[in-house]
Design a protein around this ligand. Structure first.
Ligand code: CMP
Length: 265
């Protein structure tokens, strides 16, 4: 989905200097993906969908499964990284955090999505912080296993490149939005994206199946919680949406769509 940075430019190197390398998570004994987990990955994960049953089983042999509670930091920007993770259940947010603790959410990832591939592939530090938004489980695959696996399976490399290109497009959209759009347009874009990704059409409107605080919405749009609050209140009062305890219902998505194209002021 679209990604966003905060209002102010920030220096992250200070925060990065204090971070300690963290060990890769260990697999609790006996934790194994079920047949349904594997079937889900075969359908929704760029790494698994291009594989035959046998190749998928081979890759599974190299992977470990880990579970984490909500709000657990999987890793922080700046840490070294030698493994990637595939989301099996739950959602994570990918964010940048300034030394003052201000957060910019770049993306929200869900089942089938892969993260941690950048440090694995280029050997550089983690480019962002990843935190669970709810209870999650992941497959962990290490560089020493994954690179030879990619060499044996060029079709997986192509899928991965396509997924990275899609991510870059979303980031370009975000940068364009920050540069050219006013707050209502940016917020409208985020809400439409969330509606497309997580929305369910009901008699009340499009219910976004992911709870987001106004602070998190601000961190997605790149503005303060107060600015988001003011705009949400305007839209709630004019019947464009409902917002209650983190659940958003889009009631007039046509208007939001028109708003998202508004490049004025
Ligand atoms: P890595 O740099 O190893 O660790 C942080 C991960 O966050 C990164 O790999 C990607 O998987 C993911 N990530 C970084 N930037 C973005 C972005 N703009 N959109 C989506 N995911 C990202």
């Amino acid at each position: 989905m679209a990604a966003h940075a905060p209002d102010k430019p920030k220096t992250r190197s200070a925060g990065r200097a204090n971070r300690q390398p963290r060990a890769a998570p260990l697999q609790p004994p006996g934790l194994q993906p079920t047949a349904m987990d594997i079937a889900g990955l075969r359908k929704h994960s760029v790494i698994f969908e291009a594989l035959s049953d046998e190749e998928a089983a081979n890759l599974m042999q190299l992977a470990r499964m880990v579970n984490h509670q909500a709000r657990h930091t999987i890793f922080q920007e700046g840490e070294p990284g030698d493994h990637l993770l595939v989301v099996m259940h739950g959602r994570v947010k990918v964010s940048l955090v300034s030394p003052e603790g201000k957060e910019a959410i770049l993306s929200i990832l869900e089942a089938g999505d892969v993260f941690g591939e950048m440090a694995l592939l280029d050997g550089g530090p983690r480019s962002a912080t990843v935190t669970t938004m709810e209870k999650c489980s992941f497959l962990v695959i290490w560089r020493r296993d994954f690179l030879p696996f990619l060499e044996r399976n060029p079709q997986v490399t192509l899928k991965l490149l396509a997924a990275l290109s899609k991510r870059l497009r979303a980031t370009n959209d975000m940068v364009g939005g920050l540069s050219f759009l006013n707050l209502p347009a940016r917020l409208a874009r985020i809400l439409i994206n969330l509606g497309q990704q997580y929305g369910k059409v009901t008699g009340d409107g499009i219910v976004i199946g992911i709870k987001l605080s106004q602070e998190e919405l601000g961190n997605l749009v790149g503005v303060s919680r107060e600015s988001v609050n003011r705009q949400i209140r305007v839209w709630v009062e004019s019947g464009v949406l409902d917002y209650s305890h983190g659940t958003i219902i889009l009631k007039n998505s046509d208007l939001l769509f028109r708003e998202s194209l508004n490049t004025g002021g």
